[in-house]
Design a protein around this ligand. Structure first.
Ligand SMILES: *Cc1c(COP(=O)(O)O)cnc(C)c1O
Length: 377
C-alpha cells in the first residue's frame, strides 16, 4: 500500500526525550517546574523578546493577550481575515466583536493601506477599535512598519499572532516581538511542537507577569486561596516545556528544511501554466511553514479542488488556503473591510505537504502527481 503523505507532522530532535526524562526523574510532572522557566528564557533569546509566558496553547495566549489589554463586551477588534479561526475565537470569548481586514497580494497578510484607511475612517466617527490582531501567515511576516505606524498614530495596541511564523524575520527582527504582545503556537502541525502549547511575549514585564497570574487561576498572594478576579488554567506542563526546549534547539534546521521543500517544489512546478507560488515579501525571510500556491484554472486547465482531490486519490494530503473568517458562517454578522484578495486566495490557493521530515521521495511523489494531472489534460 502507498503510504500517506501528510501536510505537516511533528518532527522531534534528539534532546526532547532527555528533557522529558529529566522531568520524570525530578517528578516535575506539573504545570510548574524548571523546564517551564528555562523554556521561557531560551525562547526569549531565540526570538529577541524581553519576557515570555509559556501557556497551554496559542489560542489561550491570544485570549490572555486580549484580557491584558482590557477588552470587554461590546469592544471591536480589527483582525486579519485570512487566517485560522483561533485568531478570532478569543475575541468572542470576551464578548467583543471582530472587524475583518483584507490581505495584500505581496505578503498575503493584512493590507497596511486598508488598515490606515479604516482607522482614519473610524477616528472621524469616534469609534476606534480596542486592539488590532495581526496575523503572520504560513511563515511569512506581515508588513509590520506601516502597520505599527498606523497603530501608534491612533494609539491602538497591536497583538501579533505569530503562531505560524516562529523562525521568520522582518527586517532582521522576529515577527511577534514588535507589537505590544505577541503569541506563538506549538500545536502538532506547527514548525516546532510540544504536542500542544503556546507562548505569550512582550517587552512589558508587568503584562507578562499578569499573564502568568491569570493563567494560574488568578490566585492572590495569600496562603488561603484568595481570588479577586477570575483567571484560567492556561499554564504549559513542565513535561511539555521539556519537549519545547529540545525543539527550540532544532528550530533553525526546521526552517531550513521547510524552505528547501519550497525550493524543490518551486523548481519543479513553477513553470507550469497558471501555477504561482506564494510570494516572499522583500522585507523579510519566510519560514515557508507551508508551501502554498495558487492555481489559475483558465491557464492550468483544472481548478484547485480538482488538483486537491486528485492528490487525495494518490494518498497525498493537501489543503485549501484558509477560508477567510469574514466568509465563515459563525461570523456572518461581522463587519469586514475589503475581502476580495483573501477570497481569491482561498478560491485558488492550495497548501502542499510541507513537513520538515518529508523525504526527497515524498516530495517527488507530490511533484509527479501534479505534473501527471497537467500531462493528462
Ligand atoms: C495554530 C494557530 C493558532 C492557534 O494555536 P493553538 O496552539 O493551536 O491554539 C492561532 N493562530 C494561527 C494563525 C494558527 O495557525
Amino acid at each position: 500500500m502507498t503510504e500517506q503523505i501528510l501536510l505537516s507532522t511533528p518532527h522531534m530532535g534528539i534532546q526532547e526525550l532527555e528533557f522529558v526524562k529529566e522531568a520524570f526523574e525530578t517528578n516535575w510532572i506539573a504545570p510548574v517546574g524548571p523546564h517551564i522557566n528555562a523554556f521561557e528564557e531560551e525562547f526569549c533569546q531565540v526570538v529577541g523578546a524581553s519576557y515570555a509566558a509559556a501557556l497551554s496553547s496559542g489560542t489561550a495566549a491570544l485570549h490572555l493577550a486580549l484580557r491584558l489589554i482590557g477588552v470587554e463586551t461590546g469592544d471591536e477588534i480589527f483582525c486579519s481575515t485570512l487566517t485560522f479561526i483561533a485568531t478570532a475565537s478569543p475575541i468572542t470569548y470576551l464578548g467583543a466583536k471582530p472587524v475583518f481586514i483584507d490581505s495584500d497580494r505581496y505578503s498575503w497578510n493584512m493590507d497596511p493601506n486598508l488598515l490606515w484607511d479604516a482607522l482614519t475612517q473610524r477616528a472621524k466617527i469616534g469609534k476606534l477599535p480596542k486592539a488590532v490582531i495581526l496575523v503572520h501567515l504560513y511563515g511569512q511576516s506581515a508588513d509590520l512598519d506601516p502597520i505599527i505606524a498606523a497603530c501608534n498614530h491612533y494609539e491602538i495596541p497591536l497583538i501579533e499572532d505569530a503562531a505560524e511564523a516562529l523562525g521568520a524575520t522582518y527586517k532582521g527582527r522576529t515577527p511577534g516581538t514588535l507589537g505590544k504582545i505577541g503569541i506563538y503556537s506549538f500545536n502538532g502541525n506547527k514548525i516546532i511542537t510540544t504536542s500542544g502549547g503556546g507562548m505569550l511575549v512582550s517587552d512589558d514585564q508587568g503584562l507578562v507577569e499578569k499573564a502568568r497570574f491569570l493563567a494560574t487561576q488568578a490566585r492572590d498572594p495569600a496562603p488561603h486561596y484568595q481570588h479577586s478576579e477570575i483567571g484560567y488554567n492556561y499554564r504549559l506542563s513542565n513535561v511539555l516545556a521539556g519537549i519545547g526546549r529540545g525543539q527550540l534547539k532544532v528550530l533553525s534546521d526546521r526552517v531550513a528544511a521547510r524552505r528547501h521543500n519550497f525550493e524543490v517544489y518551486h523548481q519543479a512546478l513553477g513553470e507550469l501554466p497558471g501555477i504561482e507560488f506564494m510570494p516572499e515579501a522583500s522585507f523579510g525571510r519566510s519560514t515557508r511553514w507551508l508551501t502554498c500556491l495558487t492555481v489559475d484554472p483558465n491557464l492550468f486547465g483544472v481548478d484547485r479542488e480538482t488538483i486537491r482531490l486528485a492528490l487525495a486519490k494518490e494518498q497525498i494530503e493537501s489543503r485549501p488556503v484558509w477560508k477567510p473568517l469574514h466568509l465563515q458562517p459563525v461570523f456572518a454578522a461581522c463587519e469586514s473591510i475589503g475581502g476580495t484578495v483573501a477570497e481569491d486566495l482561498f478560491e485558488r490557493g492550495l497548501c502542499l505537504p510541507s513537513g520538515s521530515n518529508l523525504t526527497p521521495r515524498d516530495i517527488d511523489r507530490v511533484i509527479q502527481a501534479i505534473q501527471q494531472i497537467h500531462a493528462n489534460l
